[in-house]
Design a binder for this molecule. Structure first.
Ligand code: PLP
Length: 452
């Protein structure tokens, strides 16, 4: 393809893209196939992909490919473009910043937008206590730094993570992550002083929040000991692990135990953050105030940025120069974050997440009523999942899940799977998707399930 072709055929992204599902070739079309062949030859095969297309534009609730197909986006690039792809405010802020300066390194010559992002995060995260923030490039890097900060503050070393947890792909975050395939297998040895506690998984354990918390706390006390424990890290709703919503009271009891035992409670809100669950942060939906919160994904409309935000006395425990990184809080990413946070607030996207969630939950519950292969429908806001099971035994049905997801993609719906057992389809549409598009996508999901 020549540069001229690209200019003529590639639409600009953003909300003005036609909001429609349009299939003009089979998926993948010829141009996408060409790119996938180049990918196979040039890109390490460890880097997989879900939808076999060449993306050329995206916005509102669609992703357009190089063959002219328009797919409905129910994944937001894994909960990243919650504010909408190529959101006009983000585009404008990025264009202005990139023309001004692209990098100084905040640790060399500080600039205003980094400070403004820290101020915004300190303001919008749960709790009115004094807070501070530090910025990084990726979710995994934020998690690593939250653990560093908690260790420095407490003078202790152990960290507890939970069954089904996902915290990233670097060495320490692989250790914190539960699932071996594909995240860890063959990549060890992993960081030490990481321990795992049982989660609250109401669909599978049937425990109340209090009982599940007591079970976890016993494991923590007996196998680790509060005297050795720097931090407990948990996703308020497990993301990659299967959109597992803990039973009521579970998180609150864990927070209370941490506070009583001098343990830093870290909420990993990298997937749940930024209006996704119907509040700016999921912690607010559960009524908890974490000591530290890690954020990334939805923070900057698709630009790479991540943060640790938390109690000022914990954040300030580290010696000057102990935190940082060359690119952390890049000015272009910070400009995008400020524009995104402005859009989340001024467009009340948390309320929109709840409306989207109502549509998703109602439609999926209706499907479940007539199809016992849907074992559970759960989630908060626009973070909703269906767990597929063998109706006789309740055993996870990963094969059915993969078949449905594949059929959806072939019909122009980008859906993502997740779950320790690979038997969950998760719905994470951009919060700018319209109801018509959302319902059309769910029609396709229903048809794919019926045909499977
Ligand atoms: C995606 C994710 C991470 C890792 O973020 P990266 O930016 O991919 O490093 C960590 N924690 C949670 C909960 C995530 O969903």
């Amino acid at each position: 393809m020549t540069a001229v072709d690209t200019a003529v055929n590639t639409p600009l992204g953003g909300p003005s893209l036609p909001q429609e599902r349009r299939l003009v070739t089979s998926i993948p079309g010829p141009r996408s196939q060409e790119l996938l062949a180049r990918k196979a030859a040039a890109v390490a095969s460890g880097v997989g992909h879900t939808a076999p297309i060449e993306a050329v534009a995206a916005g509102g609730g669609v992703v357009v490919d190089a063959d002219g197909n328009s797919l409905i986006d129910l994944g937001s690039g894994i909960a990243v473009t919650s504010v909408g792809n190529a959101h006009p405010k983000v585009v404008e802020a990025v264009q202005a910043q990139v023309a001004q300066f692209t990098h100084t390194c905040f640790m060399v010559s500080p600039y205003e937008s980094y400070v403004a992002v820290a101020e915004a995060l300190n303001r919008i995260t749960p709790g009115t206590h004094a807070k501070k923030s530090a910025l990084f490039n990726s979710g995994a890097e934020a998690v690593e730094n939250a653990v560093k900060i908690a260790r420095k503050f407490t003078g202790k070393q152990a960290v507890v993570a939970f069954d089904h947890g996902y915290h990233g792909r670097t060495n320490l975050t692989m250790a914190l992550t539960a699932k071996s395939m594909p995240y860890k297998s063959g990549f060890g040895p992993f960081a030490s002083e990481v321990y795992r506690a049982p989660l609250s998984y109401p669909f599978r354990d049937g425990l109340s929040g209090a009982d599940a918390a007591a079970r976890a706390i016993t494991v923590i006390e007996k196998q680790v000991g509060a005297d050795n424990l720097a931090a407990v890290i948990i996703e308020p709703i497990q993301g990659e692990g299967g959109f597992i919503v803990p039973a009521e009271g579970f998180l609150n009891a864990i927070v209370d135990w941490c506070r009583a035992n001098g343990v830093v409670f870290i909420a990993d809100e990298i997937q749940t953050g930024f209006a996704r669950t119907g509040a700016m942060f999921a912690s607010q939906r559960f009524g908890i105030e974490p000591d530290l919160i890690t954020t990334a994904k939805g923070i900057a409309g698709g630009l790479p940025l991540a943060a640790v935000t938390g109690r000022a006395e914990i954040m300030d425990a580290t010696h000057t120069g102990g935190l940082g990184g060359t690119y952390g809080g890049n000015p272009v990413a910070c400009a995008a974050a400020l524009a995104s946070i402005d859009a989340y607030e001024s467009e009340d996207l948390a309320a929109r997440a709840d409306q989207i969630g109502s549509v998703l939950t109602a439609r999926l519950a209706e499907l479940q009523a007539s199809d016992p292969r849907i074992g559970d429908v759960r989630g908060l806001g626009a973070m909703i999942a269906a767990e597929f099971v063998d109706p006789e035994t309740g055993a996870p049905d990963a094969a059915l899940t993969a078949t449905v997801a594949k059929a959806c993609i072939a019909e122009g719906i980008i859906v993502l799977t997740c779950g320790t057992y690979g038997n969950v389809i998760r719905f994470l549409p951009p919060l700018t998707i319209g109801d018509a598009l959302l319902n059309e996508a769910l029609d396709v999901v229903a048809a794919a399930l019926a045909a499977a």
